[in-house]
Write a protein that binds this ligand. Structure first.
Ligand code: PBG
Length: 307
C-alpha cells in the first residue's frame, strides 16, 4: 500500500540485436540470454515480448560489411531498415519501434563518426551521415530515432532532416548524458565493434566525473528538439537521473547497459547474487531516481515476472 514506486511493463524498452546474413540466432557470450538475431528470430522474439506486454523495442544492427563511413546504416536494404519493416508489418501501430542511430556498428574503425586526419570523428561531416540514417529509419517504419553518437548538434540536424522529408511526427530520443564508461564492453562484443588502435570515445562521450556538464548536455539536446532525453549508463549515474528529473519536464529514459547486466549475471552464475531479485532492485531504483523509461536487457525476465 505504501510503496512509492512500482514497476510496470510500460516502463520497459527491450534492446535487441539483428545481424545480417545469419539463419540462426547467435548467443552473445558476454550477455547471457541475449542474441544476435536473424530477421526471422527477431520477429519471433518481438512477438513473444509483445505478448508479455512490452510497449517498445530498440534495434541495433550488425551488418555483414563495414566501411569507413558506415554506409550500411542508411542503406534502405540495411539490416535494421529491413527489420523495422518486418516489425511494422507484424505489429502495425501496436508497438513502438525505436532505432538506435549511430555508425559505430557499421564502420570498420568502430568510431561513432567518419574520421578526420587525426583519426577522430569529424563532428560536422558525421552529422550529414546521421541525417541520412534518420530518414532511412523513418522511411522503414521507425516511430522514434535514438541518436547515440554524442556528436554536437546531432539532435538539431536530425530534427531538421526529418521535418524536411515529411517525418515531423517521428520523435527523437536523445542519448543526451552518455558517459564514456567502461561498462559498454559486452555491447561491443554484441555488435562486433573494436575501436581502432585500442581507442576510446572520451573525445565525444561525457567524462564520468562530470554531472553538471551532463545537465548541460541534457539542456542542449532539449533546446535542439529532443522529445525524450536519456542518461546512460543507469546505476552509477542515479544522481544524474535524479537531477534531470528535478530540472526537466520531458520524459527521461535511462539505459541499464550491457556491463551492468553482465555483472549481475556473472555474480549470479557463481551463486553470489540472486539474479531476479537484483534485476528488480536495479530497475526499481532507476525508476525511483526519476526515469520514466528504462532500456534494459532484463526486459524479458522482468516482464515474465510481472505477469
Ligand atoms: C553506440 C552505442 C553503444 C551502446 C549503445 N549505443 C556503445 C558505445 O557507445 O560504445 C551501449 C549499450 C550497452 O552497453 O548496453 N551506438
Amino acid at each position: 500500500m505504501v510503496r512509492e514506486t512500482r514497476l510496470h511493463p510500460d516502463d520497459l524498452i527491450a534492446p535487441l540485436f539483428v545481424r545480417e546474413g545469419i539463419d540462426e540466432p547467435q548467443p552473445i557470450g558476454s550477455l547471457p540470454g541475449q542474441f544476435q538475431h536473424s530477421r526471422a528470430s527477431l520477429r519471433e522474439e518481438v512477438r513473444q515480448l509483445k505478448d508479455l506486454g512490452v510497449p517498445a523495442v530498440i534495434l541495433f544492427g550488425v551488418p555483414e560489411h563495414k566501411d569507413a563511413e558506415g554506409s550500411e546504416a542508411w542503406n534502405p536494404d540495411g539490416v535494421v531498415q529491413l527489420a523495422l519493416q518486418d516489425l511494422r508489418d507484424d505489429h502495425g501501430n501496436d508497438l513502438v519501434l525505436i532505432a538506435d542511430l549511430c555508425v559505430d556498428e557499421y564502420t570498420d574503425h568502430g568510431h561513432c563518426g567518419v574520421l578526420d586526419d587525426t583519426g577522430q570523428p569529424d563532428n560536422d561531416a558525421t552529422l550529414e551521415l546521421y541525417e541520412q540514417i534518420a530518414v532511412a529509419q523513418a522511411t522503414a517504419g521507425a516511430d522514434i530515432v535514438a541518436p547515440s553518437g554524442m556528436m554536437d548538434g546531432q539532435v538539431f540536424a536530425i530534427r531538421e532532416a526529418l521535418d524536411e522529408t515529411g517525418f515531423d511526427d517521428i520523435a527523437v530520443l536523445a542519448y543526451a548524458a552518455k558517459f564514456a564508461t567502461a561498462l559498454y564492453g559486452p555491447f561491443r562484443d554484441a555488435v562486433d565493434v573494436q575501436i581502432v588502435g585500442g581507442g576510446d570515445r572520451k573525445g565525444y562521450q561525457q567524462d564520468v566525473a562530470n554531472a553538471r556538464e551532463a545537465m548541460e548536455e541534457i539542456r542542449e539536446d532539449i533546446g535542439e528538439g529532443a522529445d525524450i532525453v536519456m542518461v546512460k549508463p543507469a546505476m552509477p549515474y542515479l544522481d544524474v537521473i535524479a537531477r534531470a528529473r528535478a530540472e526537466v519536464d520531458i520524459p527521461i529514459a535511462a539505459y541499464h547497459v550491457s556491463g551492468e547486466y553482465a555483472m549481475v549475471h556473472a555474480a549470479a552464475e557463481r551463486g553470489w547474487l540472486d539474479l531476479e531479485a537484483v534485476a528488480f532492485e536495479h530497475t526499481l531504483a532507476i525508476k525511483r531516481a526519476g526515469a520514466d523509461l528504462i532500456l534494459t536487457y532484463f526486459a524479458r525476465l522482468l516482464l515474465e515476472e510481472l505477469q
